[in-house]
Design a binder for this molecule. Structure first.
Ligand code: PEP
Ligand code: MG
Length: 598
């Protein structure tokens, strides 16, 4: 039935924002935030019977749980409120549905979780079409029952974390909490309803060098696990149920997707200088182990930003001190002589929203990053101990995220020294670390001169700086036009921060996404930045650009930009001056397009 249905389905197209390069044809893996993710596994013929027994056992368990919940609901809420569980029980007793799932396991030789998910997705699609509001909303009951079965199945803890070879992740939004549970070695592309250029979906996709499109509005609701889909991040187009000729067209350009990661030329290490001799250092931003090998491949000088919150597991389970220590040692090994900067957990906000903190009304302004860590001191102390211990075996620094006041630095510093003393009294070896502050909140910029006296270095987070300075949600495509990295207020803030660092003789590194965009990188250098950190695959492109410019020119252009009144004026100025000075480096398409032309 499914094949017939799929053949009849019409090609549907979505236009979004391509935030990472590449074109891929694959199959949808629809994931939900905050709910259990499902993995595909192909079974040996001999395992099929065991798998159907596992499914039946899970359904029996789910049914017993539901009977108990129903009895409790009847007692505590009254019979009239317990009927909802009858609907759930009926679903679990629906022979036809269960036969379909079992047949799917047998015919396709897949794990029970996958079969349950495919069946549920199909059922949900039928419900989504129902005109009657009440009945349509019963779709949430299906999701609920599905989750219950999946949880019951997980009782045996099978290791089904692998994705299918051609999985295209389709999500409303890809929170790190979901990322933590996915095996991204096998993800071919990402397509999300929400998100913008600096959202974490985009950052992860670029880090993994897989195509990604964000801002697709309702793709997640329309797509079903297993559907064929084309993700064309060059043009920002997603095609669901592509016709055979569309697939053929795309396959011819993707050479059947043989190379999942988009190719980027490998690069040498060695000092990098502008034409007039200004030395610039390029480092790597890293989130997931799947990105580690790129740090060397693209010639990064160590790790400028390790986003440690990606060590948390699904639903925010904290790794232990020993687990963290091991992870930081691995990062230090990877970074070698050049060292790595570990950012303390930047939790809350867009990241792990609701998983470790209560759901907040305004999470970006809520209990995020250093605020969370100072509130949950136990979490902070464990992380600090792990970093201090790992620092005995490699070169590590700590950077404090989302600092808005000098007092937060002082508190964190005291706590770090406290833990060092405690470790030493326990006879445990620790290593030296420097402590830096992320400058990404306007108040930190305004007090940068004071802040510079309290820390060993600055890390400029331009993603959040633009978000907080211009009051524009970095993950909301609807306001993407207001996210102006070249806004005069942003440039003035960067200049002010770099200036404060210079006067205090401390280094400053720019590690937001601006650093990885060649035109913006030149503006940053013109403003005085000499250390940039970025997703490793961007390093070759940025490096080639820097090798071809004169610092003196970049500086002059940056000064002129600082005099502009509006973001439009800055962009226009950059367009005119860059294409005149360096036409070979900045063909018109590489520069920000005029707004009214979009
Ligand atoms: C930033 O805000 O620019 C930054 C580097 O950190 P993140 O993107 O993880 O918030
Ligand atoms: Mg940030």
């Amino acid at each position: 039935m499914s094949r017939r249905r799929r053949r009849e389905e019409q090609e549907e197209r979505w236009r979004g924002r391509g935030v990472s390069e590449g074109v891929v044809v694959g199959r949808v893996l629809r994931i939900f935030n905050g709910t259990r993710q499902v993995y595909h596994a192909t079974l040996d013929e001999s395992d099929v019977d065991r798998e159907t027994r596992r499914l039946r056992a899970a359904i029996r368990l789910a049914r017993l749980q539901l009977l108990a919940i129903k009895a409790r609901a009847e007692k505590e809420l009254g019979v009239e409120h317990a009927y909802i569980f009858d609907a759930h029980l009926l679903m679990l007793e629906d022979r036809k549905l269960l036969d379909d799932v079992e047949n799917f396991i047998r015919d396709e030789r897949v794990n029970a979780e996958w079969a349950v998910k495919v069946a549920a997705d199909r059922l949900l699609a039928v419900y989504a079409e129902i005109k009657d509001d009440y009945l349509r909303e019963r779709g949430s009951d299906i999701e609920d029952v599905t989750q219950r079965i999946l949880v019951a199945l997980s009782g045996e803890k099978p290791d089904y974390r692998k994705l299918t070879e051609d999985a295209i992740i389709v999500a409303e939004d890809l929170l790190p909490s979901a990322v933590a549970e996915l095996d991204f070695e096998h993800a071919r592309a990402i397509a999300t309803d929400a998100g913008g250029w600096t959202s974490h979906t985009a950052i992860i996709a670029r880090g993994l060098r897989i195509p990604a499109i964000v801002g697709l509005r309702d793709l997640h609701r329309r797509a079903r696990t297993g559907d064929t889909v084309v993700v064309d991040a060059q043009q920002g187009i997603v095609i669901l149920h592509p016709s055979e000729s569309t697939v053929e067209d795309y396959r011819s350009i993707t050479s059947n997707g043989a190379s999942v990661r988009y190719p980027v030329s490998e690069e040498k290490r060695g000092p990098l200088r502008t034409l007039d001799g200004k030395e610039i250092t390029l480092r790597a931003n890293v989130e997931l182990p799947a990105e580690y090998e790129d740090v060397h491949r693209f010639g990064a000088h160590g790790i400028g930003l390790f986003r440690s919150e990606f060590l948390l597991s699904h639903k925010g389970l904290m790794p232990s001190e020993d687990e963290q220590c091991e992870a930081y040692q691995e990062v230090a090994r990877l970074a070698g002589e050049d060292g790595a900067t570990i950012r303390l957990f930047d939790l809350g906000g867009e990241k792990f929203g609701g998983a470790v903190t209560e759901v907040e009304r305004n999470p970006a302004l809520g209990l995020r990053a250093i605020r969370y860590s100072l509130r949950e001191e136990g979490v902070l102390r464990t992380q600090v101990r792990a970093i201090l211990r790992a620092a005995a075996h490699g070169k590590l620094d700590i950077v404090l995220p989302m600092i808005s006041d000098v007092s937060e630095v002082r508190r964190a510093r005291r706590l770090i020294e406290d833990e060092r003393a405690r470790l030493e009294s326990e006879g445990k070896e620790t290593g030296p670390i420097r402590i830096g502050a992320m400058i990404e909140v306007p108040s930190a910029v305004m007090t940068a001169d004071k802040m510079a006296k309290e820390v060993d270095f600055f890390s400029l987070g331009t993603n959040d700086l633009v978000q907080y300075l211009l009051a524009v949600d970095r993950g909301n495509e609807a306001v993407a036009d207001w996210f102006r990295s070249l806004h005069p207020a942003v440039l003035q803030s960067i200049e002010r921060t770099l200036d404060a660092a210079r006067k205090a003789f401390i280094p400053a590194i720019v590690c937001g996404e601006m650093a990885s965009t060649p035109a913006y990188a030149v503006v940053l250098i013109g403003l005085g930045a000499t250390n940039l950190s970025m997703t490793p695959s961007s390093i070759p492109r940025v490096r080639r650009t820097i090798e071809g410019i004169e610092f003196a020119d970049a500086h002059q252009i940056a000064l002129e930009c600082l005099e502009c009144d509006t973001a439009d004026d800055v962009e226009e100025h950059v367009r005119v001056r860059f294409s005149k000075n360096w036409p070979h480096l900045f063909p018109p398409k590489s520069l920000p397009a005029p707004r009214d032309a979009e």
